[in-house]
Ligand binder design. Structure first.
Ligand SMILES: Cc1cc2nc3c(=O)[nH]c(=O)nc-3n(C[C@H](O)[C@H](O)[C@H](O)COP(=O)(O)O)c2cc1C
Length: 279
């Protein structure tokens, strides 16, 4: 089937499936189509009946029909993939796919193999959609090299940040000694205690920054969420050590607005992230 023929199936199908609230994936092996459809039972049954009548098919079979609680292909009105022999060569359980005769009556082995194939492409495309800022799977060798170098830089930064965290911990010890232990307990004032709290908060911010740095080399987290959390923490640190005799009302109102904005932003990001991971 030519590309135009395939697009002639895909384009109207995607449009129609979007209207029907149907999601799924279509695989083309060069000889056969394998399709997954998800949606309301009646809608999917009617659509399957339409597809079955399509003269572009020769031998139509339903491999599996089951009730599901969550859609696996929710992001696609009709995902499409050409199944490539080379691509499957190193995939355990699928490397003999093209040698298997799928014609004739359906056996459990055949339907297991087809299920394996659809799941393989589902996980592959999910992997591609994973958040990978500095991917080492880029097609362009130069970009891949740049990513490798930046990854190395990030690791150096992480090491330096780890040393900074240890330095901050040491600083906390010095502050505790200077502000609390070296004075008689009766002379311990509010400002000394706030100074100690401030030095603790600096360690926590340093740890957050360390986590932020390492996020760039992980795939499963959106760094912006962590950056907002760190900013929120930095503002919170200021609030904890506020001396309300010295700061103006406007300063307090401004800080409150900042906390609200950052908090709202974090909540929205959290919500967005959850929606995507549920899909
Ligand atoms: C392999 C294959 C898969 C198809 N998948 C869909 C599909 O998911 N959704 C869809 O609306 N049409 C799909 N079609 C097209 C339908 O068979 C049919 O042309 C379309 O539903 C229009 O039907 P109608 O002319 O009876 O309205 C597919 C066709 C083929 C050959």
């Amino acid at each position: 089937m030519s590309n135009e023929d395939l697009m002639g199936i895909l384009n109207p199908s995607r449009l129609n499936n979007a209207c029907l609230g149907v999601s799924g994936m279509l695989l083309y092996t060069g000889e056969a189509f394998i399709q997954v459809l998800e949606g309301e039972e009646k809608v999917v049954d009617d659509l399957v009946a339409d597809i079955k009548k399509d003269p572009r098919h020769k031998d139509f079979r339903i491999i599996e029909r089951k009730k599901i609680n969550t859609r696996e292909y929710a992001e696609w009105t009709m995902g499409f993939k050409r199944v490539d022999k080379e691509e499957l060569r190193n995939v355990p359980g699928l490397n003999k796919f093209f040698e298997t005769d799928l014609s004739g009556s359906l056996s459990t082995d055949k339907s297991d193999l087809i299920n394996k194939l659809t799941h393989h492409f589902l996980t592959e495309s999910k992997k591609k959609n994973e958040h990978d800022e500095l991917s080492l799977e880029e097609d362009d060798a130069f970009i891949r090299f740049l990513h490798t170098m930046i990854r190395f830089g990030v690791k150096v930064l992480a090491l330096l940040m780890m040393l900074t965290v240890l330095w901050c911990v040491f600083d906390v010890m010095i502050v505790i000694y200077q502000e609390i232990l070296s004075h008689p307990i009766s002379s311990l004032g509010k400002s000394e205690i706030l100074h100690v709290f401030g030095s603790f908060m600096i360690v926590l911010i340093a740890v957050e920054i360390f986590i932020n740095i390492t996020l760039y080399i992980r795939k499963d987290v959106i760094p912006v969420k962590m950056v907002v959390a760190t900013a929120l923490m930095a503002v919170a640190r200021k609030i904890i050590v506020f001396d309300f005799h010295e700061v103006s009302a406007l300063h307090v109102i401004g800080t409150a607005l900042l906390v609200l904005a950052l908090g709202g932003c974090y909540w929205l990001l959290e919500r967005e992230f959850k929606v995507h991971s549920d899909a």
